[in-house]
Design a protein around this ligand. Structure first.
Ligand SMILES: *Cc1c(COP(=O)(O)O)cnc(C)c1O
Length: 219
């Protein structure tokens, strides 16, 4: 199937309140433009260099999301234009984003990444760390970042029950925090292999790459 058929099938299968981030990492600008020309303007990348190159060479009304692990020393390159940073996993990173956002006279929206998978390799904070961060005076003093929600990645497994348990746990935490934090609106969970489960469990933002653009040659 073509990229546009994939896009249209996914859009038809997800409810309207769910935002689709088209994950274009490793894919050439021509492929991204196909999706853009079909009217879709939200794209996700996981590497700073690639994100910056694509930003510079593509239409300026694209909303670029940084979805990968972000190193503090690279925040400055994306701070002028990034619309949402999904994977914030420490106060130090948030503080650096705040500093670079301020230099650009911007407020940058961020999601805190929550560790929900059983795998050792996934980044993220646990529930206690999230609560501690959000309640700290240091966090409240940051004026140029806004934490608008949470992001999580489920274990890479075919065990549907396990995946749903992880997504539901994240949704419960999201709802709990949302009660006290006005800026909370976004729960980013679900990728090509599991986005229908994620939506069932309460996701309102999915990050889908290979199901739109086809398999990647490298990661
Ligand atoms: C690559 C990536 C995705 C998309 O993965 P697919 O399985 O191709 O849909 C989603 N989220 C993150 C954080 C990624 O790095």
């Amino acid at each position: 199937m073509s990229i546009l058929e994939n896009l249209s099938n996914i859009k038809k299968s997800i409810p309207e309140h769910v935002t689709l981030v088209a994950v274009s990492k490793t894919k050439p600008i021509e492929d991204i433009l196909e999706v853009y020309n079909a009217g879709h303007k939200i794209f996700g990348e996981n590497k700073v260099q690639e994100l910056t190159d694509k930003y510079e060479n593509m239409p300026k009304d694209i909303e670029w999301h940084m979805i990968g692990h972000l190193q503090r020393n690279k925040v400055k390159y994306i701070a002028p234009f990034v619309s949402l940073i999904h994977g914030v996993d420490s106060f130090r990173l948030l503080s650096e984003i705040n500093k670079r956002a301020e230099q650009n006279n911007r407020v940058i929206n961020c999601l805190l990444q929550v560790y929900i998978a059983e795998e050792e390799t996934k980044f993220g904070l646990d529930k206690a760390e999230i609560i501690e961060l959000l309640n700290s005076e240091e966090f409240k003093a940051l004026k140029n970042v806004q934490v608008v929600g949470l992001m999580g990645m489920a274990t890479n497994t075919s065990d549907e029950k396990q995946i749903k348990k992880e997504f539901s746990g994240l949704k419960t935490l999201f709802d709990e925090l949302k009660l006290n934090i006005d800026s909370f609106s976004t729960l980013s969970m679900g990728m090509s292999g599991d986005f229908m489960h994620a939506i069932e469990c309460g996701s309102n933002m999915i990050r889908v790459g290979s199901s739109i653009f086809g398999a990647r040659n490298y990661n």
